[in-house]
Design a protein around this ligand. Structure first.
Ligand code: TXA
Ligand code: MG
Length: 319
């Protein structure tokens, strides 16, 4: 396994070729690092599951370079989904759409819909563009962590999570820390109205503004399989406890204004919800590195990005 820092155009071409040859390439996106495989190659995609230790049948998001590629993967695309794609791609948003014949069961987990995203990170976009130039149609990529663990937001975290499971010809592209820090907003676009399945940086308010509806629903309880909505997810090794009093020996993650009691290790002090999202997974990881057994977390208040941060925290807690 090779780690390539700030890849040059030639190194990105090499990585695109490695994907076509069936190898895995972990790459930065603006949300979290993804573990990529050629979405048309069943054998390559199956390696994602073994490297992550992920149960078979969980659907994967297919990454594409532009809205132009949408119709390769999806059909009967509703107008509101096109509006959302035009407004927020490239960006931290995944659309669930009715699948085309290209989206095989090994991508969708046997469901009739497929998750699609155009990421905004320049390395991710360059990789996708090169990959499509040499015949690729999309890169399947879950977050590059072991199943159930915290998503990686740096290449070091990717190496720590899955480095020992990658093969010699797999690689990790390093593009520094992720700008957003938590996974994309997932929007189910298979019905008359959109539904948020996983909150993220594209917020409910932003979506409503673009498609002129009043109150879209969040957290569907339909039968769409989203491992991110399983109860226990995004968990570090430490015990995460929300809104508790921190005792000596504990770690603490809370907004800037909240003081650190004596003997408590402060893991982050974000100034706002955006910074909270950006630092969240790194802070949880650093608690594990410091072998802290219990991390007390005071979630951020309010709408917007705070909703997504609270979502991840509530899942880290029940883990
Ligand atoms: O920000 C992100 O979305 C990152 C980066 C790498 O793009 N990817 C990511 O992938 O978070 P993953 O696999 O860790 O989480 C994607 C979630 C999973 O819970 C999966 O079950 C759900 O999306 N998903 C994927 N395809 C789906 C589909 N067709 N229907 C319902 N849920 C789907
Ligand atoms: Mg994940």
């Amino acid at each position: 396994m090779e780690i390539i820092s700030n890849p040059t155009p030639d190194e990105i071409k090499r990585a695109a070729n490695a994907l076509i040859d069936g190898h895995l390439v972990a790459f930065p996106t603006e949300t979290v690092y993804g573990l990529g495989a050629d979405a048309a190659n069943e054998k390559a995609v199956s390696r994602i599951y073994s490297v992550k230790g992920r149960p078979i049948g969980h659907p994967l998001i297919v990454h594409i370079s532009s809205i132009e590629q949408l119709k390769n993967w999806a059909k009967n695309i509703p107008d509101y989904a096109i509006k959302l794609a035009r407004e927020f791609w490239p960006g931290p948003m995944t659309l669930i759409l009715e699948r085309s014949a290209l989206a095989k069961d090994f991508i969708t987990g046997g469901q009739d819909n497929v998750g699609l995203r155009v990421p905004a990170n320049p390395i991710a976009l360059a990789l996708l563009t090169e990959f499509e130039k040499i015949g690729g149609v999309g890169i399947a990529a879950p977050s590059a962590n072991r199943f159930g663990a915290v998503s990686p937001t740096t290449s070091e975290a990717v190496e720590e999570e899955i480095g020992k499971f990658l093969a010699q010809e797999d690689s990790i592209l390093d593009g520094g820390p992720c700008r957003v820090g938590i996974e994309s907003t997932i929007i189910d676009c298979t019905k008359d109205l959109p539904k948020i399945l996983r909150p993220g940086a594209i917020t409910e308010e932003m979506i409503e503004k673009v498609i002129f509806i009043n109150k879209i629903s969040t957290y569907s309880v339909n039968n769409v399989k989203t491992s991110g909505v399983l109860d226990s997810h995004y968990s570090p090794k430490a015990n995460v406890v929300l809104n508790a009093l921190a005792n000596p020996g504990d770690g603490l993650l809370a907004m800037e204004g909240i003081p650190t009691p004596i003997g408590v290790t402060r893991l982050a002090s974000p100034k706002n919800a955006e910074q909270y999202a950006r630092e969240l997974y790194k802070a949880l990881r650093s608690g594990d590195q410091k072998e802290i057994k219990r991390i007390v977390v005071i979630p951020p208040d309010g709408d917007g990005m705070a909703v997504a941060v609270r979502d991840r925290l509530s899942k880290a807690e029940s883990g």
